[in-house]
Write a protein that binds this ligand. Structure first.
Ligand SMILES: CC(C)(COP(=O)(O)OP(=O)(O)OC[C@H]1O[C@@H](n2cnc3c(N)ncnc32)[C@H](O)[C@@H]1OP(=O)(O)O)[C@@H](O)C(=O)NCCC(=O)NCCS
Length: 149
């Protein structure tokens, strides 16, 4: 997970989500993490921080060779479903301003742009904050994706 984050999320930035930090973070009771596998091989993961009324999607990434097969959507939808089940009001996240692929991915999942956070990433790049409100996952997609968390 840390290696995928470094390669595909934090490229060109100081490595923030190191193995140790991720290990500590996913052990928190307030963290919800999913790992996706294809044929027993690691394909991607998502991590969200769960608050009293809101969830924050901290990391989501899919291995390059596993993309465009709905893995990212399922990793996101299980986070949204968990937040919905916990009766949270909204889910937010930050995405790199130059990461237009991820912005389209989140737009397809109904996330809306809230604001730009200048120089959010180590003073190197702006972030765009996105929000899903109200929290609602498409039942059709959850049924289609079948496996329960
Ligand atoms: C963004 C990312 C998670 C998408 O994962 P994925 O498994 O390829 O996405 P899916 O196959 O589930 O796609 C779901 C929907 O998102 C949209 N989408 C996904 N990738 C897209 C792209 N590159 N361009 C435009 N739309 C895209 C499509 O609408 C797609 O629906 P469709 O299959 O009906 O067309 C993946 O590209 C990734 O890991 N990128 C690097 C890490 C990253 O940027 N993470 C997010 C920021 S933390």
């Amino acid at each position: 997970m840390a290696s995928l984050s470094r390669r595909e999320v934090e490229y060109g930035l100081p490595w923030s989500w190191t193995t140790n930090r991720l290990g500590r973070f996913i052990r928190l009771a307030s963290t919800n993490a999913y790992i996706a596998e294809i044929d027993g091989q690691f394909a991607g993961f998502s991590i969200a921080s769960i608050g009293e009324s809101r969830a924050h999607l901290v990391l989501l990434a899919v291995e390059k060779k596993c993309r465009n097969q709905g893995v990212g959507r399922q990793l996101l939808e299980w986070q949204v479903l968990a937040a919905q089940t916990a009766a949270l009001t909204d889910m937010s996240l930050e995405v790199r301003a130059t990461n237009s692929d991820a912005q389209r991915f989140y737009a397809a999942a109904n996330f809306q742009k809230i604001r730009v956070l200048p120089q959010y990433y180590s003073g190197v790049e702006d972030a765009i904050r996105l929000r899903l409100y109200p929290i609602r996952v498409s039942n059709a997609n959850v049924r289609k994706n079948s496996a329960a968390p």
